[in-house]
Design a protein around this ligand. Structure first.
Ligand SMILES: Nc1ncnc2c1ncn2[C@@H]1O[C@H](COP(=O)(O)OP(=O)(O)OP(=O)(O)O)[C@@H](O)[C@H]1O
Ligand SMILES: [Mg+2]
Length: 384
């Protein structure tokens, strides 16, 4: 089926967001009249330098900010529709985790927001912890986690409701090269299972590895968009890779090339593997030699439930739980075109709120003795 025949998962037309100051004067035109679509099963990268409007776009997709102008639908509905939120998994750029909850409790907290039955919650949590390589750290509080471990538990959280659309803000930031590779493989596997993924990242090589298409923003405008093949292929140049030729054979081939290309210059070189591939080779060799590590263990297989049919859930504003402090208040109907940002609520306040809502779930500040993470960190350093 041609792309244009498919119904887009995300459809943005003339999307704009202007932030205004107290006196309603235009402060920043963060997103400026952009049109884009994301189709089912695509992995799309939203790229751009700092301040180019990526996060503002993502927040509008999540219904956390109101567009100043334009039209935005997700699965054909408004981003604020609860049915839409039920089908989205979101990994925010900033850590939002409640630091006294263990990894297990963190996932249970988010699973409970989707009203999943206890047995189903346990099953998913088990599979997710295994998938992101944190099964051994399930009883550690996430406040003790390294940045990479927090990213992994955040990813698991984003998948707890088996979403059709994943919005991942910098999913590989803070991960070691093994973790990056695993996250990228995971995204590709999810794509194979029909999930749609929108990912923002500053790591262009990561984007290149996983995205079918990219959208490059600058100053709130789309400056380039298209498939990586279309954008990056150099149509004027051919490259032939073959087993290494020696002596006479090489001279014969060069002779043919000189004759065919007349006076045009050409180069013959040895292709290089990427540093990432080399690094992974070194580590895999060490693994094969059974060098022990107490760090993050390699992630397991994709959680089984992610490959099954969608379980009906009653959405309960998981996005709100993730980003309560960022949510914009409903604008009054008469002035819907001009909104103000709610002042940022401090992280402590958010934690306080979470605690109040989840009193029974939260463990006291003096929990059971914990394992020493310094050993894990040392082993990871050794590995790198
Ligand atoms: N709440 C806000 N109030 C006022 N201006 C804002 C607000 N949020 C974002 N902006 C402005 O909107 C523009 C786009 O910001 P945005 O956070 O979307 O950029 P970004 O592409 O995500 O950048 P980064 O790569 O640094 O995360 C910037 O000029 C920023 O200062
Ligand atoms: Mg941002």
């Amino acid at each position: 089926m041609a792309e244009t025949d498919k119904i887009p998962v995300i459809n943005a037309v003339g999307l704009s967001k202007v932030f205004r100051d107290f006196w309603n004067r235009s402060k920043a035109r963060a997103v400026n009249d952009i049109d884009f679509q994301v189709f089912p099963g695509e992995v799309v990268g939203l790229l751009g330098p700092n301040g180019s409007g990526k996060s503002t776009t993502v927040k509008m997709l999540l219904g956390l900010l109101y567009p100043t102008a334009g039209n935005l639908t997700i699965f054909g509905q408004s981003p604020r529709d609860v049915r839409t939120k039920d089908r989205i998994g979101y990994l925010p750029e900033e850590s939002y985790l409640y630091k006294y909850l263990t990894a297990e409790e963190t996932l249970d907290f988010f699973a409970a927001l989707f009203d999943l039955p206890a047995a189903e919650r346990r099953r998913r949590i088990e599979q997710l912890l295994e998938m992101v390589g944190l099964a051994h750290a399930r009883r550690r509080t996430v406040g003790e986690f390294s940045k990479g471990m927090q990213r992994r538990i955040g990813l698991a959280q984003a998948m707890v409701n088996d979403p059709s659309l994943l919005i991942l803000d910098e999913p590989t930031s803070g991960l070691d090269p093994l973790g990056c590779r695993e996250v990228k493989d995971l995204i590709l596997l999810l794509k194979k299972r029909g999930k749609t993924v929108l990912v923002t990242s500053h790591l262009l090589s990561d984007v290149e590895d996983i995205c079918d298409r990219v959208i490059i923003l600058y100053g709130g405008k789309i400056r380039a968009t298209g498939t990586l093949d279309k954008l990056l292929t150099l149509p004027e140049t051919s490259r032939i890779s073959m087993p290494m030729l020696k002596g006479e054979e090489l001279n014969r081939v060069l002779g043919v090339l000189r004759k065919e290309l007349k006076n045009e210059s050409f180069t013959v070189d040895h292709p290089r593997m990427s540093l990432e591939d080399f690094f992974l080779q070194v580590i895999n060799r060490a693994r094969a030699e059974s060098v022990e590590t107490a760090g993050v263990v390699s992630g397991g297989h994709v959680a089984e439930y992610l490959t099954e049919g969608v379980v009906e859930t009653d959405p309960k504003q998981v996005l709100n739980a993730l980003l309560k402090e960022e949510k914009e208040p409903e604008p009054p109907p008469a002035t819907a075109a001009v909104e103000e940002e709610k002042p940022e609520v401090k992280a402590e306040v958010l934690e306080g709120l979470t605690e109040e809502e989840q009193e029974e779930e939260v463990r006291p500040a003096v929990p059971e003795p914990k394992e020493d993470l310094s050993e894990v960190n040392q082993k990871l350093k050794d590995l790198l």
